[in-house]
Ligand binder design. Structure first.
Ligand SMILES: NC(=O)c1ccc[n+]([C@@H]2O[C@H](COP(=O)([O-])OP(=O)(O)OC[C@H]3O[C@@H](n4cnc5c(N)ncnc54)[C@H](O)[C@@H]3O)[C@@H](O)[C@H]2O)c1
Length: 280
């Protein structure tokens, strides 16, 4: 193993990935709620003269995650517009980021009725509403931060790739694992040859019970026929990280699985008709 990879660094990185707190204070900052957050340590980061301005489409959970970055790092990102149909979310988001009323929209379509008024569009709408805003944003010359999965349809993914290439604009897909210090280091080691030839690799995404029941039973992805199935909604991260770590294209993918626990036949007698407790 190269000497650069000291035991201290290894522990630091492992600690970071585990969310440990016994680490040097210089690695951390505070967000707007005075919560401690990990400061990104990416060598690819460039100094910028002024913050990147962005419009957020979809002020839900993820829209707030990226919006919060602008509060922690106002010199890097400034949220100047929002599109969100749920009034209370729109209101709160606008107040949090001091967005003027003319830059608040009910739906993503409205954003693109205006000439371009920011550097980038952040797309954090539900899975089936990624393609529309992404294609419009590229056509108007915006760079895009696009939530995963790019789209549930291969054709739409290819359209986005085609238009990104044609316009030369950025479409950064939020495969966030690629930016986690643990995976960054792992890839560096693998690609430097530090652990020799890669013969086999295993990666596990253990979706714990709260996440499973919240997202895939009661939540946005409770019905795989109406929304993206779990292999795409969740495991697109896993497919992406394996490909990214190995650095070579894959030849084929096999997926299999079944529903066992959150099924109608497993419902307790007293809630036999409560289909909200069943995944489909
Ligand atoms: N990168 C990750 O690790 C990660 C994690 C969770 C979710 N996601 C992805 O992020 C996206 C958003 O997920 P979320 O958990 O924030 O969902 P969410 O439901 O909390 O937020 C989506 C928001 O989009 C709004 N919206 C609906 N229609 C709209 C329209 N026409 N115009 C503008 N806004 C509209 C909704 O009202 C909602 O507030 C999904 O595609 C999801 O798969 C990514």
């Amino acid at each position: 193993m190269p000497s650069k990879f000291s035991r201290r660094n290894a522990i630091r990185l492992l600690g970071l990935s585990a969310g440990a707190t016994a680490l040097p204070a210089t690695l951390f900052g505070k967000n707007e709620n005075s919560q401690t957050i990990l400061l990104p340590e990416n060598k690819g980061h460039q100094k910028i003269d002024k913050p990147i301005t962005a419009i957020v489409c979809g002020a839900g959970s993820r829209g707030n995650v990226y919006g919060n970055y602008s509060i922690a790092f106002p010199d890097r990102l400034d949220i100047v517009g929002v599109a969100e149909p749920i009034a209370i979310r729109n209101e709160r988001y606008a107040a949090k980021h001091t967005i003027p009323s003319e830059n608040r929209f009910n739906t993503w379509e409205d954003v693109f009725k205006r000439p371009k008024f920011a550097d980038a569009i952040i797309i954090t709408t539900p899975d089936n509403l990624h393609y529309g805003p992404c294609m419009k944003a590229l056509a108007l010359g915006y760079d895009v931060l696009l939530e995963k999965p790019i789209s549930p349809s291969e054709k739409e993914c290819r359209d986005i790739l085609g238009l990104a290439k044609k316009t030369g604009k950025i479409v950064a897909v939020c495969h966030v694992l690629r930016y986690a210090p643990y995976f960054v280091k792992l890839r560096e080691l693998m690609q430097s040859g530090a652990i020799g030839e890669i013969i086999s690799i295993q990666h596990l995404e253990p979706i714990e019970h709260v996440h499973m029941s919240h997202s895939y039973v009661r939540g946005n992805w409770h019905n795989s026929k109406q929304t993206t199935p779990i292999i795409l909604a969740k495991s697109c991260h896993d497919l992406d990280i394996l490909r990214w770590l190995v650095g070579r294209p894959c030849k084929s993918i096999h997926a299999f699985g079944d529903l066992n626990w959150f099924t109608k036949k497993m419902l307790p007698k007293e809630v036999q008709n409560d289909v909200s407790m069943v995944a489909m």
